[in-house]
Design a binder for this molecule. Structure first.
Ligand code: SF4
Ligand code: SF4
Length: 411
């Protein structure tokens, strides 16, 4: 037996197949190697020393989006995401059946993201996203629609602690930015600061925080992920009665609540316990009357897999948006699956990512909405690039908090 603990976890799967109708990769391929129970069987075979982690087996596992839709329907409560992370961590030294070019792209993306928000590289990438020749070059280099999907350049807030500079308010939050904030979500950061200020909530942004560690954790780089987790735990205040930790990227949130499982012990547990998803936090907060202007528009609500299947907090964004008078919020069809963004998946597995993106874009266009709101910057980037590719770039994709901030009446 190579890994008795992993063998025991995979043994939980009773091969009932209830997960097949919700698995995006199985639905596209009809191949059991691309299904939850198929992947669990492959990992089980490896853990029992019946199979080798050869490039083909590893690639079947890597082609999983980690959307975790399978976990939500599994009667045996198989901890699918945990199993895949562990397998990837233990076989990270073995190659995938992917090209060197693909590995190079992944390396570059991780380098671009693992930087302090507001860096020169981010500013350059945002500007490059508006240049047609550079966008074509990026496509030729295999970066798909990444540059096309970046939001319009927006200034990085010059003062990240504007509220604390004033008098301390009764309520305070600690804001987690994550490595995507500067590149993919600058306007959202500004919007959060604005809304919290108007609600009388102090914000602190711990300066030594870093990437949540999800990209490393889900690509088998366990040590690097743990280093990021420990840095974040040290950066935030975790003593009793310290403020909640608020995050606005649901992909980061799904990782932050997992710190207590990955790093056993008191501080990690305190960190995860303090986590609050921004929309859920704002929806539960009492808002004074007359804060928001009406908006006579129809917008479509996209719910990221991390928000629905991991955080289980999909109602927060809807409840928060219902505060905007006259706004009509429509849903995507109930069978809409993962959009294919999935961290670096949109770069690593472009064929599948674009096929899934197409389905979600079709569903968005069917609603007739003039804008899409989503709570994860990776999904927003992927959806924006899909809309541009269909010549529907006029349909804006934005974070629900950004839409709310735009409707704030002047004090
Ligand atoms: S639903 Fe759960 S138990 Fe059934 S096949 Fe899928 S993973 Fe296995
Ligand atoms: S996490 Fe998503 S893509 Fe992966 S096996 Fe489960 S349902 Fe399929």
């Amino acid at each position: 037996m190579r890994d008795p603990a992993l063998a025991r976890q995979t043994d939980l799967c009773v091969k009932c197949g209830l997960c097949l109708p919700v698995c995006p990769t199985y639905l596209k391929t009809q191949d059991e190697n691309e299904s939850p129970r198929g992947r669990l069987s492959l990992i089980q075979g490896w853990a029992r020393t019946e199979l080798e982690a050869d490039p083909i087996l590893k690639t079947h596992i890597d082609q999983c989006l980690l959307c975790r839709a399978c976990e939500t329907v599994c009667p045996a409560y198989v901890p699918y995401g945990e199993i895949v992370d562990r397998f990837k961590g233990e076989t990270s030294h073995k190659p995938l059946a992917t090209s060197w070019a693909s590995r190079g792209r992944k390396f570059l993306i991780q380098k671009a993201l693992n930087r302090a928000p507001g860096s020169d590289l981010e500013t350059w990438m945002l500007a490059a996203g508006k240049s047609a020749p550079l966008r074509r070059l990026a496509r030729w280099m295999g970066f798909g629609g990444l540059l096309e999907g970046l939001p319009p350049p927006s200034p990085w807030p010059t003062s990240l602690n504007p509220v604390n500079a004033a008098t301390q308010k009764a309520l305070e939050v600690q804001l987690f930015l994550g490595c995507t904030a500067g590149l993919m979500d600058r306007e959202t950061v500004t919007s959060i600061l604005l809304i919290l200020e108007r609600l009388g909530i102090s914000v602190s942004i711990p300066p030594n925080q870093t990437c949540c560690g999800a990209l490393d954790q889900h690509s088998g780089q366990t040590e690097r992920a743990q280093k990021a987790i420990r840095q974040n735990i040290a950066a935030f205040s975790l003593a009793e009665a310290t403020p909640p930790i608020v995050s606005f990227a649901s992909g980061c949130g799904a990782m932050l609540i997992d710190y207590e499982r990955i790093i056993k012990g008191g501080s990690a547990e305190s960190f995860s316990r303090r986590f609050k998803e921004i929309s859920t936090f704002l929806a539960a907060f009492p808002w004074p009357d007359g804060l928001l202007r009406p908006l006579d528009k129809t917008i479509c609500l996209h719910t990221p897999c991390s928000l629905k299947n991991v955080l289980h907090q999909e109602q927060g964004a809807r409840q928060m948006l219902q505060r905007i008078p006259q706004l009509k919020v429509v849903d995507l069809t109930p069978n809409t699956r993962c959009c294919g963004a999935a961290g670096t998946y949109m770069i690593d597995h472009q064929g599948m990512a674009e096929a899934l993106q197409k389905d979600v874009i079709d569903a968005i266009l069917q609603t007739g909405a003039s804008a899409v709101v989503t709570s994860n910057p990776g999904c927003a980037t992927h959806l924006r690039s899909g809309l541009v590719a269909r010549d529907r770039g006029e349909i804006e994709v934005l974070h629900p908090v950004t839409l709310l901030a735009r409707q704030l009446l002047k004090p």
